[in-house]
Write a new protein. Structure first.
Length: 380
């Protein structure tokens, strides 16, 4: 059996070497590496495995690290343990591809995850050595990335309302139209700082801490995107008075029609990668501030903002537990009709994907009941 496992590890190493040549630089923290190294020495206790953990699993298109870790572990956010179970073969947890087979080796009360095929009853395995070229872009994502991509640009929390008030603004539309749509022209004033690509926002609203009512930031309504096509100028008119020629933009995408007064902010560098799910290293607690969009409640795969950010130790990739407040009821079984407070119950998980100074945006990974502002969260 040791020989067969050695063959598996050798083949896994060759495959990883091919993948590493063009591997994307996804974030892996020092803590995750340390956890993986520690677990790799002895494996994971069988008690940490999910009750129905499969003996093997073939990775499919559309899979995510979150979903796969949930197949093998009771607590899916503990991906570093799953990675550590296969540290020699899966050197980067982001480099797992459709078609690869994950084999769960359970021996001596411990579990290890390997790449390859399940061993036969006699401990043998038939493998044909081969090197398969793999496009790194096909590597599976941490969580459903298609749910988050729009929000990396659209969902923004400004620290100060002045950030938009002093930003370039739309002062006129083509041919005096009230609103303009994709492909049409609008005119702006303000310092574009040499930028060419912009996001457009409207009506920044204050976001307040549910407990203290302190303003934590300002969330603006995303309108769309635009490109600067002609820089404005200043001069003198025929009457000798100062004359301003505004800059010209073309609307490239719209969530809502652009209007006079809309503000522009530069498009940030593209940063659509996600971080490995992991629990906070220290205790943390907070509340849901708002639901992104116009909904009154939110469910699975929807976005919420929370009242904790970088200053509180929140990181991208943090998994947080959602709690439902226990109801206050009267004891109908006793004559005293005593007031009872039912215990709080955990009923969902959040995945933090964007962090700001005092707030963060999180994806609802799973939930049993609708989420609303004021709901609590803690470390899982």
């Amino acid at each position: 059996m040791a020989k067969a496992i050695g063959v598996l590890m050798l083949m896994g190493g060759v495959a990883q070497a091919v993948q590493a040549q063009t591997a994307p630089n996804f974030p892996i923290t020092a803590q995750q590496k340390a956890t993986a190294s520690q677990v790799a020495e002895a494996g994971v206790p069988l008690s940490e495995l999910a009750p129905n953990a499969p003996d093997s699993y073939t990775v499919k298109r559309g899979d995510t690290l979150w979903a796969i870790s949930g197949l093998f572990l009771k607590r899916p956010w503990r991906w570093p343990e799953l990675w550590g179970m296969n540290l020699q073969q899966i050197r980067n947890p982001h480099l797992i591809f459709p078609g690869q087979v994950l084999y769960l080796d359970k021996s001596n009360g411990r579990a290890r995850l390997r790449l390859g095929q399940p061993l036969g009853p006699k401990g043998d395995v038939r493998l044909s050595p081969r090197v398969r070229e793999t496009d790194p872009s096909e590597a599976i994502t941490t969580v459903p990335l298609h749910l988050l991509e729009p929000f990396f640009n659209e969902a923004v929390i400004f620290n100060d309302s002045n950030e938009l008030l002093i930003a370039p603004r739309v002062v006129a539309t083509q041919e005096g139209r009230v609103i303009v749509s994709r492909g049409e022209t609008a005119y702006i004033r303000g310092d574009t700082q040499g930028r060419r690509e912009f996001r457009m926002f409207r009506e920044p609203k204050p976001l307040r801490d549910p407990a203290t009512q302190q303003v934590l930031g300002y969330e603006a309504v995303y309108v769309g995107s635009a490109d600067l096509v002609r820089q404005g100028a200043e001069g003198t008119g025929a009457d000798g008075k100062p004359l301003v020629i505004p800059s010209t933009i073309t609307i490239t995408s719209t969530r809502q029609e652009t209007m006079v007064g809309d503000r522009l902010a530069p498009v940030p560098p593209r940063d659509f990668d996600t971080a490995v799910p992991h629990a906070p290293q220290t205790e943390i607690a907070g509340q849901i501030v708002s639901l992104y969009g116009e909904a009154l409640t939110a469910g699975q795969n929807q976005i919420v903002s929370i009242n904790r950010g970088k200053a509180d130790g929140i990181e991208r990739g943090h998994v947080l537990a959602l709690w439902r407040d226990g109801r206050v009821i009267k004891d109908s079984t006793d004559a005293d009709k005593a007031t009872l407070k039912l215990p709080d119950e955990r009923h969902g998980l959040l995945y933090v994907f964007r962090t700001f100074d005092k707030m963060s945006y999180a994806l609802i990974l799973q939930v049993q009941e609708p989420v609303k502002p004021g709901d609590r969260f803690t470390q899982p």
